[in-house]
Design a protein around this ligand. Structure first.
Ligand code: FES
Length: 108
């Protein structure tokens, strides 16, 4: 997996992602958008600690949605509780981009 960039909106913070360093931290799936955000000081809520038991880590993947890991039924169920859910919504603790293109996510 090659390096890629993730931009976090609305604060327009872009970070370089180096998959050879995964897992960055201990919260969320290794290489998930949440794992990347927390490691780079991006403020992204994660009340349940990445265990698919809340929807506070909800993000909208504005670019690169199709590069993200498939959604599990547990994630789909939990996403129903997210306010402002769209067709490109994901739980950031479960959403792992494959790095084939740069990604833009919006934190609602
Ligand atoms: S942090 Fe709770 S579901 Fe992602």
């Amino acid at each position: 997996m090659k390096n890629y960039k993730i931009t976090f909106m609305p604060n327009n913070i872009t970070v370089d992602v180096d998959p050879s360093k995964f897992p960055y931290g201990e919260t969320g799936q290794p290489g998930s958008v949440l794992d990347i955000a927390l490691t780079h000081g991006v403020d992204l809520e994660h009340v349940c600690g990445g265990n698919i038991a809340c929807s506070t880590c909800h993000v909208i993947v504005e670019k690169g949605f199709n590069t993200c890991s498939a959604m599990t039924s547990d994630e789909q169920d939990q996403l129903e509780n997210a306010s402002g859910k769209t067709a490109q919504s994901r739980l950031s603790c479960q959403c792992i981009p494959d790095g084939s293109e740069d990604v833009v996510v919006r934190i609602p």
